[in-house]
Design a protein around this ligand. Structure first.
Ligand code: IDP
Ligand code: MG
Length: 149
């Protein structure tokens, strides 16, 4: 079991896609272990995107991410990090296949509606950053019908 950090970005909230996006993770069979909404501070946004700080798009990315509410989520499951990235699709919505979130709803590289951790170490870092209070431990009864073994 893995837990991944997923975040609906301000464009996803502004466009009324919160329910649609959460529904896709839920229907896939992932388990929701954290959910909240906030307007990110400059500080948390800069830490989250620290790896991109030298990139030309960084100032625009900071302005975008701090511009309004985001929805912060933690989802668990077998290989949850990879599964979530597959549901999300590639960075540029114009390259993303139909059926993926970015492929179905996006036309842009920056405004791509959603973030998903890309590896185990980044998931751990991002979950600690956005959910310092920790995530929920609950008995997901449906799991017995999602996984055979
Ligand atoms: P990812 O979200 O698919 O993992 P990253 O390369 O990690 O993509 O980039 C982080 C975020 O920075 C992207 O989701 C997107 O919002 C933004 N971004 C990445 N590349 C560009 C770009 O070339 N122009 C504008 N924004 C970008
Ligand atoms: Mg990334």
């Amino acid at each position: 079991m893995e837990t991944t950090y997923i975040m609906i970005k301000p464009d996803g909230v502004q466009r009324g896609l919160v329910g649609e996006i959460i529904g896709r993770f839920e229907q896939k069979g992932l388990k929701l272990v954290g959910l909240k909404s906030m307007v990110p501070s400059e500080e948390i946004a800069a830490k989250h995107y620290e790896v991109h700080k030298e990139r030309p798009f960084f100032p625009g990315l900071m302005k975008f991410i701090t511009s309004g509410p985001v929805v912060c989520m933690a989802w668990s499951g077998v290989e949850a990090i990879k599964v979530a990235r597959t549901l999300i699709g590639p960075t540029n919505g114009r390259d993303a296949a139909p059926g993926t979130i970015r492929g179905d709803f996006g036309m842009d590289i920056g405004y791509n509606m959603i973030h998903g951790s890309d590896a185990a170490e980044t998931a751990e870092f991002e979950l600690g950053l956005w959910f310092p209070e920790g995530t929920m431990n609950w008995n997901y009864e449906t799991q017995n019908w999602v996984y055979e073994g």
